[in-house]
Ligand binder design. Structure first.
Ligand code: GAR
Length: 215
């Protein structure tokens, strides 16, 4: 059983998808703790409802980023966490933390990276006129929204989409993508080599995704 720690800042719907996945029999990971940097994060309620230790470590209680990250690191160690999953965690992490947890720290981002890093990804995809967008699960490096990609899921962008309709479609994909990526790691199928991941035993499919659909 791989012990994971989930870091959140808000709603926690991705956390909820990880809780549900880990509750299924035979799933190779368990959530050792959930940590939020915000006391009001709704995701903490999902953790408490599932009897998972739910901690608040507020960045406001620490003098600087290194002190905040040292507290995060200590809590993760205390819960014997082996893999950290960022799930809507909205603090930038320093190179000290990302190196300390190198290849043991993953994030989900709501775009097909390297397109649209940062915030407002859905509006950016709409404004750009992208026909496909999606989500990316990746190992975290010090550079924001950057690092070896583990898995991506694509969804179409429709002409009538708003930020709300598109984010809902991507979020649905996120809720499948994050547990899938976690399972791959927990099953020891993901290797990082020269800043790319290699995943063992993937069934071959060379079908193209079309948006708009192929005529
Ligand atoms: C998700 O869409 C996640 O991909 C995004 O925040 C949302 C959190 O929702 N993360 C980022 O933008 C990180 N760069 P949730 O709290 O319901 O999981």
């Amino acid at each position: 059983m791989l012990k994971i720690g989930v870091l959140i800042s808000g709603r926690g719907s991705n956390l909820q998808s990880l809780i549900a996945a880990c509750a299924a029999s035979g799933f190779p990971a368990q959530i050792a703790c959930v940590i939020s940097n915000k006391a009001e994060a709704r995701g903490l309620d999902h953790a408490r409802a599932a009897n998972i230790p739910a901690l608040v470590i507020s960045h406001r209680d620490y003098a600087d980023r290194p002190a905040f990250e040292a507290a995060l690191d200590a809590a993760l160690a205390q819960h014997q966490v082996q893999l950290v999953c960022l799930a809507g965690f909205m603090r930038i992490l320093t190179a000290w933390f990302t190196e300390r947890w190198r290849d043991r720290l993953i994030n989900i981002h709501p775009s097909l990276l390297p397109a649209f890093p940062g915030l407002d990804t859905h509006q950016k995809a709409i404004d750009y006129g992208s026909k496909l967008t999606g989500c990316t699960v990746h190992f975290v490096r010090a550079e924001m929204d950057h690092g070896p990609i583990i898995l991506q899921a694509a969804v179409p962008v429709f002409p009538e989409d708003t930020e709300e309709t598109l984010s809902a479609r991507v979020l649905k994909a996120e809720h499948k993508a994050y547990p899938t990526a976690l399972r791959l790691i927990a099953d020891n199928r993901v290797n990082v080599f020269e800043e790319r991941t290699f995943i063992s035993d993937v069934p071959a499919s060379d079908e193209a995704l079309f948006s708009p659909p192929k005529l």
